[in-house]
Design a protein around this ligand. Sequence first.
Ligand SMILES: C[S@@+](CC[C@H](N)C(=O)[O-])C[C@H]1O[C@@H](n2cnc3c(N)ncnc32)[C@H](O)[C@@H]1O
Length: 276
Amino acid sequence: MDEAKIMEIEFNLFLKAMVLRHGYDFRHYSKASFKRRVQALMHAAGCDNIGQLVPRVLREEGFLRFALSQLSVPVTEMFRDPQVFLTLRREVLPMLASYSHINIWQAGCATGEESVALAIMLKEEGLLHKAQIYATDINDDALDKAEAGIYPASVIELGASNYRQAGGRAAFEDYFHTSHGFSRVRGDIREKISYAHHDLVGDGVFCEVSLVVCRNVLIYFDHDLQRRVVSRFVDSLTRGGFLCLGTRESLVSAAAAEQFKAVDADCRIFKKLGGA
Ligand SMILES: C[S@@+](CC[C@H](N)C(=O)[O-])C[C@H]1O[C@@H](n2cnc3c(N)ncnc32)[C@H](O)[C@@H]1O
């Protein structure tokens, strides 16, 4: 049997071990890019082939956390795609202002930059005191960084430019305490964000919210899984709630599209039909 066929068997055994042993089902992730992640995991774990990962997934204490952090792509930025944040600020936050409490679910938060950006915007629009952001991911290493809220100064510099394009009016660095090249998010911003481990594939609806922000996560899933995850967002949104996806993502199915109207199609911001 040629090497490629053996690799394919090993890859399938790895997927099976992850789902049967730990309940993480990656079988509906886009295959080519997920295979590259598994190969990266294989190298990081010091294995010669994917087959060697299988017993470690099954038996090694602590290997799951390491595997999930290597399989995930926690690339993010403060106010990434500033136009999207500008639209959230101008079109969505004013509509949430009348709510007595604003629950937001930010799914796939990586190291937390996007949730910090949301909290800063809520603060500037006078809504942070009645808001709670639940930011979730499967990568515990990234969640630990998010929870600490400490970023290299370079992240803040890039963020400052995005922030201004996203309608930011203050001095961006005032939201951070900076020393020795690192900046920590101010406590009043951090205390409104709860970080939690949650698997969009296996864990179901997180909680009832009026805004779901899930950007640049669906792109890693195949069509069927995208459809299932979007339907999870539909279930977690209150009537009249908002959904914000990544600029290369969509509502996927006609059935989901029927339940929303576009607030801004380019920014992938949608309002769930049915009144507030
Ligand atoms: C490219 S980052 C996106 C970060 C941020 N939303 C943004 O757009 O800047 C994708 C994140 O999705 C997370 N992710 C992947 N699969 C997931 C799942 N099944 N459940 C929750 N998060 C997941 C990854 O761990 C990673 O942190």
